[in-house]
Design a protein around this ligand. Structure first.
Ligand SMILES: Nc1ncnc2c1ncn2[C@@H]1O[C@H](COP(=O)(O)OP(=O)(O)OP(=O)(O)O)[C@@H](O)[C@H]1O
Ligand SMILES: [Mn+2]
Length: 509
């Protein structure tokens, strides 16, 4: 080799060597930065693990309660689960011959006679879970009409009657003919105006009816069998119109009556939306390559051409939730949910790592006395049954005072996203506080031990909706399985408590 060639080879090898050193160095720096100071790759990875997958406080509980169920965490072992993996199963989950729901899940077959016994010993129910004579005085339950001194006009609409009938203990009575009329009116009344509603992250339309009534409409975005994408966090999941409808029926079936009535309706995009659209919303309408009329509106999530809402060719399904009374007449107070998630892809909330979190909550008003802590456990049960992880805030009606009234179960659009996955972290308030309202436990036991499983009751109830079927069979069956998981959790709490009364609480609600 000539001197010139040697020099060139020398320079090239030095360059290669320097590049290798540089690249290695950058990697080490990145690892140590992401790993919070530790240069181990484990530290780096740990920060990238989804918060729910490593929530310390819930891990032991998950193992204990779900181990016994073959299906507790099917999603993890079933590579097919996830978006679109569920075969669409339409129609009734009830066998027309036996009139029973076929289920193989062990937790559905499990007997919770021990919990029934506890309630019998407490004097709350008889062996068939029928209520024993009331010993406690019923709580006063004034309505908006009574508190504000408003009387319904003779020809008042179902919307007005509903507003006036909201009471301290519940959104509506049971049975309530006003609710039936309201559901009917929301699907049939003429729509005279519509505009995009601000607030929240996804597209919603505020609907005005000829009668003067108002509803909040969430449009259908996907077919019923489309599940939450496996890599989507709860806060990036799409809102589902059928979840809003199903949540109303579930809340009512559980006897809570804390969700405003919601019903489905098929809309004509051209005559019932486009015809009223103005300004910014109007600019988002277009005809898709398939010839369907589409729009996407303006909002912070999924309001763009690639996530447009399209008619077929111009018919569109939507959920219609009755609008609550105007805030200047019946004001509401927003509350931050103590078991709120972090809404950050790499952060955890305190309750996710602190097992004694409930002790802190219990000392903080309004959770230190009265009904509210038990209300949060009710809400956790409601959310767990439908897989809703998106409960960041809740509201109460201020006309009934600050504390002694129910929390409104509003905004359930991110529920019913994964039929084969039971997200037990939603049960954190129950797991960490080990308290449940007696009336709620009785309701759950009636569904579980009795003839009328929740899936069956829900299927019948949802069959009343114009957009039936609202829930596909796997979501209905999940309800029965999840009731079993809740009951196992209560059993664990009772076994660890010194007295049953500390776990099963009768607060007269
Ligand atoms: N039926 C209703 N009547 C009156 N106000 C309502 C009704 N539904 C929702 N709202 C109000 O609008 C706000 C936004 O609604 P909602 O939470 O359903 O939308 P969202 O887009 O899902 O919001 P987010 O993204 O914050 O979860 C609520 O916080 C509530 O104050
Ligand atoms: Mn929402």
């Amino acid at each position: 080799m000539k001197l010139k060639e040697r020099v060139v080879v020398g320079i090239l090898s030095t360059l290669v060597f320097l590049t290798v050193v540089l690249v290695l160095n950058i990697e080490v720096v990145q690892v140590s930065q992401n790993g919070g100071g530790s240069p181990s790759s484990l530290g780096f990875l740990e920060n990238l693990v989804a918060p729910d997958a490593r929530s310390g406080a819930m891990v032991a509980f998950r193992k204990r309660v779900l181990q016994k169920s073959l299906n507790g965490s099917r999603e993890a072992s079933d590579p097919k689960s996830g978006a679109g993996a569920q075969p669409p199963v339409l129609g009734s989950p009830i066998d027309p011959v036996t009139n029973e729901i076929a289920s193989v899940d062990p937790v559905v077959a499990e007997d919770f006679g021990d919990l029934v016994n506890l309630l019998v010993v407490k004097g709350a129910v008889d062996r068939k879970l029928r209520p024993v004579k009331f010993t406690k005085k019923k709580k006063p339950n004034p309505t908006v009409s009574e508190v504000l001194g408003f009387k319904a006009r003779k020809n008042a609409t179902s919307f007005e009657r509903f507003h006036l009938g909201i009471s301290r203990m519940e959104m509506y009575k049971e049975p309530d003919s006003i609710v039936d009329k309201l559901l009917h009116d929301m699907t049939t009344d003429e729509i005279v105006h519509m505009e995009q509603k601000d607030g929240g992250t996804q597209l919603k339309l505020m609907i005005d009816y000829a009668s003067g009534g108002q509803a909040m409409m969430k449009p259908m975005r996907f077919p019923r069998d489309r599940e939450t994408l496996p890599d989507h966090f709860y806060f990036t999941d799409f809102e589902r119109h059928n979840a809003e409808i199903a949540a109303f029926h579930l809340d009512r079936a559980l006897g809570f009556r804390r969700t405003p009535p919601v019903v489905g309706r098929l809309l004509n995009i051209t005559t019932e939306i486009y015809a009223f659209a103005k300004g910014e919303l109007l600019k988002t309408f277009f005809v898709s390559p398939a010839g369907n009329l589409c729009f996407h509106g303006k909002c912070s999530y999924y309001c763009d051409t690639s996530h447009a809402i399209c008619g077929h060719p111009d018919m569109l399904e939507g959920s219609f939730a009755v609008f609550l009374p105007p805030k200047n007449v019946v004001p509401r107070k927003p509350w931050r949910h103590p078991w709120r998630r972090s809404y950050h892809k790499r952060k955890k909330a305190q309750w996710e790592w602190d097992d004694s979190y409930c002790e802190v909550v219990k000392e903080t008003p309004p959770y230190d006395m009265g009904r509210r802590l038990l209300d949060l456990v009710d809400m956790a049960i409601f959310d767990f049954l439908m897989g809703n992880m998106d409960r960041h805030h809740y509201e109460t009606f201020l006309v009934f005072g600050t504390n002694d009234t129910f929390p409104i179960h509003l905004d359930n659009g991110r529920a019913f996203g994964k039929a084969n996955h039971d997200e037990v972290s939603i049960l954190a308030p129950l797991v960490q506080c080990c308290q449940v309202r007696q009336s709620t436990l009785i309701t759950l036991l009636r569904f579980h031990q009795g003839e009328n499983k929740l899936s069956k009751v829900m299927w019948k109830s949802l069959n009343e909706d114009p957009l039936k079927p609202i829930l596909l069979e796997p979501h209905l069956l999940a309800l029965d399985r999840r009731i079993g998981i809740i009951l196992r959790t209560v059993r664990e709490c009772v076994q660890e408590a010194s007295r049953t009364e500390l776990v099963i609480v009768d607060d007269g609600v």
